[in-house]
Ligand binder design. Sequence first.
Ligand SMILES: Nc1ncnc2c1ncn2[C@@H]1O[C@H](COP(=O)(O)OP(=O)(O)OP(=O)(O)O)[C@@H](O)[C@H]1O
Ligand SMILES: O=P(O)(O)OC[C@@]1(O)O[C@H](CO)[C@@H](O)[C@@H]1O
Length: 317
Amino acid sequence: MIVTVTPNPSVDRALDVDRLEVGEVNRARATHVHPGGKGINVARALVRHGVAALAVVPTGGPDGARLTELLAEHGVAAVPVPVAGDTRTNVTLVEADGTTTKVNAPGPRLADEEVGALLAAVEAQLVAGPRAVVAAGSLPAGAGDAFFVRLAALADRHRVPLVLDTSGTPFARAVRAGGLTLVKPNEQELGELVGRELGTVGDVVDAAREVLDQGTRGVLVSLGAHGALLVCRDAPHPWWAGGPALVPLSTVGAGDSTLAGFLAADGPAPERLRTAVAWGRAAVLRPGTEVPGPHDLDLDAVRVVADPDPHLALKEL
Ligand SMILES: Nc1ncnc2c1ncn2[C@@H]1O[C@H](COP(=O)(O)OP(=O)(O)OP(=O)(O)O)[C@@H](O)[C@H]1O
Ligand SMILES: O=P(O)(O)OC[C@@]1(O)O[C@H](CO)[C@@H](O)[C@@H]1O
């Protein structure tokens, strides 16, 4: 069992438009509605591949009820934690050439007791000893920048590995506190964490090593169209994996599927990275925040390189 925590979930609405005309009335060709938020997407991708997963989410208002319904429709076991504010709706506009514009709502402010209830709901799941707990996405107002540090303390108390995919100050606080099994930043999130732009493979690897030095065991850096890099504390060198260019249908949630693929895979690190990248690539070929299934994967299209040239520009990967 893998438990996911999404402190700021959403009902994701994706609208397909031919070409977005900013400042005009645009007419969509189709609408896709999915239960969203990064931890939820990880759980959905795992469940589509037959891996047991459960999503812990604060829910409130009509969209909170809708989110719970959508999770059930997608076969994802959920622990909804009732909150007074309204669960958010996030909107994605996808143009015919794959250009994606996303507007994420702030989400409800959580009261201190609601934050406590959310952490207590996670702890109730940790008691059963799941394989991992995955915390992902932004924090709603009121959760406090130390939310993931508090979660890490709970995971540590129950000896459950904590996997984290978030950004900004909450990410920095959690990395500084240490004790994380895996983090999955994208290139921008990692650059922001270390306070510099990452232009080459060596830049990313150095930044990832800074994270490892603070007490994290593995860093999986997703690089959008340029694949992903994996740097682990107990490995002799990094690995890169990627594949031929694709025309994406929607890149929303590709990072979440990547992380799910890594968690679902068995075997040595480079093979887990191959699976992760195959899941991410499959995700961009699905509309909206739809997650890929086993038949969507093309593992053979993914090339894995041990110890990639540090001088290579990320754009050349
Ligand atoms: N344009 C693309 N072409 C091919 N593969 C892509 C593309 N965009 C993303 N991917 C695949 O998806 C993975 C994750 O993408 P990305 O780095 O954009 O994640 P992310 O920024 O965390 O996304 P999100 O927050 O929406 O989940 C990449 O490692 C890659 O395998
Ligand atoms: O606002 P956050 O929490 O950073 O991101 C939320 C979100 O954009 O992330 C998922 C894609 O990764 C979507 O399902 C969801 O709408």
